[in-house]
Design a protein around this ligand. Sequence first.
Ligand SMILES: Nc1ncnc2c1ncn2[C@@H]1O[C@H](COP(=O)(O)OP(=O)(O)OP(=O)(O)O)[C@@H](O)[C@H]1O
Length: 314
Amino acid sequence: MDTTPLRTDAVTLHGVSKHYGQVHAVRGLDLEIPRGRTVALLGPNGAGKSTTVGMLLGLLAPDAGTVAVGGLPPRTAVARGLIAAMLQDCGPMPGVTVAELVTLGRRLYPRPLAVGEALELAGLTAVARRRVDRLSGGQVQRLKFALVAVGNPDTMVLDEPTRALDVQGRREFWTAMRGYAATGRTIVFATHYLDEVEENADRVVVMARGTVVADGTATQIRALAGRATVRFRLSDPPARPPRGWLGAGSVDIRGDLVTLGTADPDATVRALAAGPLAWRDLSVVPPSLDESFLQLTAPAAAAAAAAPALEAAR
Ligand SMILES: Nc1ncnc2c1ncn2[C@@H]1O[C@H](COP(=O)(O)OP(=O)(O)OP(=O)(O)O)[C@@H](O)[C@H]1O
């Protein structure tokens, strides 16, 4: 009988630290992930993402703090098939077919899916009889995904799942992953690709130097970088626009092209639309996630506590 408490978060880390000798890889990490969310762990090299993933899976023990998966110690959760991971750099064994390998993998789990269902989720039905050493790079990644999905875990952890895949391979991989997330499962993935975060995560946890420096939706993280850009053309732009013109923090006019930097692009566009100006070619560019990420994780931002951690997405 499954005695897992259903109301617990999928994952909780409280005050977690981990050292490797002198290296303080994770420092006082607090993170709670409710069930059913898709959460990205984003951070530069060495931020502590893989170490965090390792502790979630019971592969590494924290030096301090507590880690729980579905309210249970990670090793217990792994043994019960509640959490499973697709890690970096582990290739499938050659010489067997896709379906054979997934059938074999299925035996490891206490409450697996049917093989056909896992292959379907991974988009591999058409190559079920192909030998695994004849798959494309993208298909290999989806095979690894199928080997995790067949275990039917509540929480799936993916460490840089699309590293080295081309655009098409990445797209197909995320289509498969979103199919699994849509069944109400929790997905935690570490990545360096900001566009994947935008498209696939409903919450982004930005890590740097072993701790969380920001936590929110991609939109909220982007907003931390500050200003959006509102751009339009005016036949007769003002030579000296008044301070705070149209609610903008900065104004740049080149010929008939006006570029405004604004913390509230909606208010700026409303002011523009309500005013007398004969504008045309309007465009609004949101603050960039790249810029925000760089600001949040720059060594100069070392006082991690100084960066606001957004709680709203929890
Ligand atoms: N087995 C280990 N022995 C010694 N130091 C380690 C070990 N594993 C990780 N580290 C160090 O701990 C820190 C955090 O590493 P970790 O791999 O968790 O970061 P990461 O965010 O996953 O990085 P990446 O994006 O490069 O995979 C780094 O300084 C790394 O060099």
